[in-house]
Design a protein around this ligand. Structure first.
Ligand code: NSS
Length: 430
C-alpha cells in the first residue's frame, strides 16, 4: 500500500502503509519505543520494536527530536487500547530531516513566547483543532448563503472612504492619493444587492483598533449579507437562522476537535431559532439590574456585553440603538427618530458581539443630510447616494466577524488564536 493519511487509517487494518509527516512525541521502554506521529490530518501512535524493524530504524530513537520530518513504513493494527483505536507497527523510518531543540517543547509556555513562535505553534493539537473549526465555520457561512439564493459579490479592499467611522481607518498611499483599507464591504454590497437581490461579500477587513482587548484584531474576516426589500425584522430572522446553521454544522462535523478543546457543547446545542430579541433600552435595564452604572445613550463596552449576554442561554439580538452611537447609513426608527434600526447579536457565555447590522437609510435627502451631519464628504459618497436616486428600496444586512464567532464556538478566551497569523496593535510578526 502506498502513502495514506492518518485520518483514513481505519481503511487499512492489517495492511502495510506509508505515512508522511512529523514526529510529535516519543517515549522509550527498553526493547520497544513509541512515537506519536502527526501528518496534519491526525495523530497516531507508532510502535518501533527490535523484532519488526531494521537496526538502523531502531537506533533512530536518540537521533529524532520533536518535529523531525519522517516517512514511516509499517503495518496498521487495530488496538482498542491505542489512542484513536489504531497503531502502526513500524518496519522502517526514512528521515527527511532530523530536528533537535524544537523551540516549543511539550510543556507550558508563556503567551508572548508562543505568539513569537506562531509559525510553529500552529502545529500543536489545540491550534490544529481551532483552525479546522475555523475552516468549517467559513465553509458553513458560504454554504448557508449559497443554498439560500445569495450571490457572492466581492467588494474592494482599497477604498476612498470610511464605512464604520473615521477613527479606525488604515491609510495608505494610492498613487499620490489617500486610500483606506476597507472596514466593511457593506456600502458596495448595497450596490450589488440592487443588481442581484440577495448578495454577500466575504473578505478581510481592517480596523486600526488602538485598544488592546481580547475581542479586537486589526485584520479580521467578515461575512456580510445584504438583501433588497428586507426590513429589520427580516434581517434578524436571517441572522438567527444563519448563526444557528453555522453552530449546528460545527457540532456535526467537528466533534473531535471540540473534544480536543474541551469545549462544553451543551449550550452550543441550544443554538436554534428563535433567539431572544430585546431593545437597546431593555438591555440598559439589564445592566442597571446588575448594578452597573450605565447611562442611556452610550454604546456598550465589552464588559457590558458580557453582562447582557450572560443573561441568556442563546445568542441575544439587541435592536434599536441610540442613533448617535451608530453609523451614518442606518435608517431611523419611524416611531422614534432618536433610534436607529440597527441590530447587534451577542453570543452567550459572555462572548459579546459577533454580528452588527441593520436596516439602511433609503431616502436620498435624509441620507445626504446624515452624510453632512457626520462630517463626511458628499463628493466621495456620490455613487452611494446614486443608489437612493435610481430605484431605491428598503434594504438590510449584517456582518459577522469570523474570528469572534470562532472564539465563541471554540470557547477561547482570546481572539488571537482564531486566525493563523493574528494582527493586533502590537503585533505584525510573524
Ligand atoms: O462594525 S460592525 O458591527 N458592523 C459593520 O461593519 C457593518 N458594516 C456590517 C454590515 O452591516 N454589513 O462589525 C461587524 C462585526 C462585529 O459584530 C464583529 O463580529 C466584527 O465585525 N468585528 C471585529 N472582529 C474582530 N476585531 C475587530 N476589531 C472587529 N470589529 C468588528
Amino acid at each position: 500500500m502506498g502513502w495514506v493519511y492518518v485520518n483514513e487509517i481505519s481503511n487499512y487494518d492489517g495492511k502495510e502503509v506509508t505515512l508522511k509527516g512529523w514526529l510529535y512525541n516519543k517515549r522509550s521502554s527498553g526493547k520497544i519505543w513509541f512515537l506519536i506521529f502527526r501528518d496534519g490530518t491526525g495523530f497516531i501512535q507508532c510502535v518501533v520494536s527490535r523484532s519488526d524493524t531494521d537496526e538502523k530504524t531502531f537506533q533512530l530513537y536518540d537521533e529524532l527530536g520533536q518535529e523531525s520530518s519522517i516517512i514511516v513504513h509499517g503495518i496498521v493494527h487495530q488496538d482498542r487500547r491505542a489512542p484513536g483505536g489504531y497503531e502502526v507497527i513500524v518496519k522502517k523510518i526514512d528521515v527527511v530531516q532530523a530536528v533537535h531543540d524544537y523551540p516549543i517543547a511539550l510543556k507550558e509556555h508563556g503567551i508572548d513566547f508562543l505568539m513569537d513562535h506562531r509559525h510553529l505553534w500552529l502545529r500543536s493539537p489545540k491550534q490544529v483543532a481551532i483552525l479546522r473549526i475555523r475552516h468549517t465555520v467559513i465553509k458553513a457561512c458560504r454554504d448557508f448563503f449559497d443554498s439560500h439564493g445569495f450571490i457572492l459579490a466581492d467588494t474592494p479592499i482599497f477604498t476612498p472612504t470610511a464605512c464604520e467611522g473615521t477613527t479606525t481607518l488604515f491609510e495608505t498611499d494610492y498613487f499620490g492619493r489617500k486610500a483606506y483599507l476597507t472596514q466593511s464591504g457593506q456600502l458596495y454590497s448595497e450596490a450589488t444587492a440592487a443588481a442581484l437581490g440577495k448578495v454577500y461579500c466575504f473578505g478581510p477587513t481592517f480596523r486600526a483598533e488602538k485598544s488592546k482587548t481580547r475581542r479586537h484584531l486589526t485584520e479580521f474576516w467578515m461575512v456580510e449579507p445584504e438583501v433588497a426589500y428586507y426590513d429589520l425584522d427580516d434581517n434578524m430572522k436571517l441572522a438567527e437562522e444563519f448563526v444557528s446553521y453555522v453552530v449546528q454544522t460545527v457540532l456535526k462535523e467537528r466533534k473531535k476537535e471540540l473534544e480536543v478543546l474541551e469545549r462544553d457543547i451543551s449550550l452550543l446545542e441550544k443554538v436554534e431559532p428563535p433567539f431572544p430579541r430585546i431593545t437597546y433600552s431593555e438591555a440598559v435595564e439589564i445592566l442597571k439590574e446588575n448594578g452597573i452604572d450605565f447611562e442611556w445613550g452610550n454604546d456598550f463596552g465589552g464588559a457590558d456585553e458580557t453582562v447582557i449576554s450572560n443573561q441568556f442561554e442563546k445568542p441575544v439580538m439587541i435592536h434599536r440603538f441610540p442613533a448617535k452611537v451608530k453609523a451614518f447609513y442606518m435608517k431611523r426608527d419611524p416611531e422614534n427618530e432618536e433610534l436607529a434600526l440597527g441590530v447587534d447579536v451577542l453570543a452567550p457565555e459572555g462572548y459579546g458581539e459577533i454580528i452588527g447590522g441593520g436596516q439602511r437609510e433609503e431616502n436620498y435627502e435624509i441620507l445626504r443630510k446624515r452624510i453632512k451631519e457626520f462630517g463626511l464628504s458628499e463628493e466621495v459618497f456620490k455613487w452611494y447616494l446614486d443608489l437612493r436616486k435610481f430605484g431605491s428600496v428598503p434594504h438590510s444586512g449584517f456582518g459577522m466577524g469570523v474570528e469572534r464567532a470562532v472564539a465563541w464556538i471554540c470557547g477561547l478566551k482570546h481572539i488571537r488564536e482564531t486566525i493563523p497569523f493574528p494582527r493586533t496593535i502590537y503585533r505584525l510578526e510573524p
